[in-house]
Design a binder for this molecule. Structure first.
Ligand SMILES: C[S@@+](CC[C@H](N)C(=O)[O-])C[C@H]1O[C@@H](n2cnc3c(N)ncnc32)[C@H](O)[C@@H]1O
Length: 283
């Protein structure tokens, strides 16, 4: 084993400190493999050399690169399908009435990885609001990882990526083929703005959101971090807004200001009205 126990502990603490990601001891092999690949990419001979440089802090960007190498960025278009159906069938019609005065709708894809989640939402928005140009609709998509954000901004995907979850009719309609890749068309891309944001560090000033997708990222955090993030989400989610988590994630026993609501074969979380919080039990 190239990665000693002490080295593993060092990386574990660093990643926890920087991104609140919890690396369990059984992830030792995974950390070693990812550090090995990073050392190679950075032109460093070995993991010990990489860690030496990391500890000396001679290269400030190296810490960020190590943290990025430890993130799991698995994603695909219309992941789990039903949350997007809930937005299309239930939430957008509800917002059409609820926001009739401002005609403004804001969504946030927090932890967006390479952008498939945000572009899936953009397609749903485009299909709903395309014939309503007077509506101002925007998606903010954020992630801690600069590498994935670069691909997300490019909006360019390989055949295997578009084969995962994207219906053929949408591929042909909203993407342009460029050699072996597919680039998302401008009409979809302009609905999404990508920014770097570490959920576990102080957030920049954000607008209020009608819908927040925070999917498949909280599973990597400990309880205190989940509580901190949900408490902050409460402040940026509109009182009648909708929060979607990943299939293995919940607010249950973490933050009772949220209550689960069944919707279009899936569930989302909504804020209890002020008087209800702390007194009602979670459904
Ligand atoms: C498994 S992907 C989920 C992508 C997408 N939400 C989905 O459900 O398909 C998790 C993403 O969370 C990001 N991430 C991990 N820790 C983060 C943090 N502290 N702040 C922001 N993003 C983070 C990773 O970089 C990665 O892109």
């Amino acid at each position: 084993m190239v990665l000693t126990f002490a080295d593993f502990e060092y990386v574990r603490h660093l990643v926890r400190d920087q991104a609140a990601i919890v690396l369990e001891p059984e992830k030792h092999y995974l950390v070693e493999a990812r550090l090995g690949r990073l050392a190679q990419r950075e032109g460093l001979g070995s993991i010990p050399e990489l860690l030496g440089q990391l500890r000396r802090r001679t290269d400030a960007t190296l810490t960020a690169k190590v943290v990025e190498a430890m993130t799991t960025t698995e994603t695909y278009f219309f992941r789990d399908h039903k949350p997007f159906e809930a937005v299309r069938r239930v939430i957008l019609p509800a917002l059409l009435a609820a926001r009739a005065d401002t005609r403004r709708v804001r969504l946030w894809s927090a932890a967006c990885s390479t952008g498939q989640e945000a572009y899936s939402l953009a397609i749903v928005l485009h299909e709903f609001f395309g014939a309503r140009p007077e509506w101002d609709v925007q998606i903010l998509a954020t992630d801690i990882n600069c590498d994935v954000l670069e691909q997300a901004r490019e909006g360019c995907y390989g055949q295997l990526e578009v084969n995962r979850g994207l219906p053929a009719a949408m591929l042909v309609r909203y993407f342009q083929q460029q050699g072996s890749h597919w680039r998302v068309k401008e009409e979809i891309q302009r609905l999404v703005k990508f920014e770097v944001l570490n959920l576990t560090k102080p957030w920049p000033s954000l607008p209020s959101f009608d819908v927040i997708f925070l999917r498949n990222v909280m599973i990597y955090f400990d309880l205190a971090t989940k509580q901190q993030i949900l408490a902050r989400l409460r402040r940026v989610l509109r009182p009648d807004g909708y929060l979607f988590l990943g299939g293995a994630e919940t607010t249950l026993n973490i933050d009772d200001a949220f209550q689960r609501e069944d919707m279009a074969g899936t569930s989302c979380y909504r804020l209890r009205s002020a008087g209800q919080a702390h007194s009602a039990s979670q459904c």
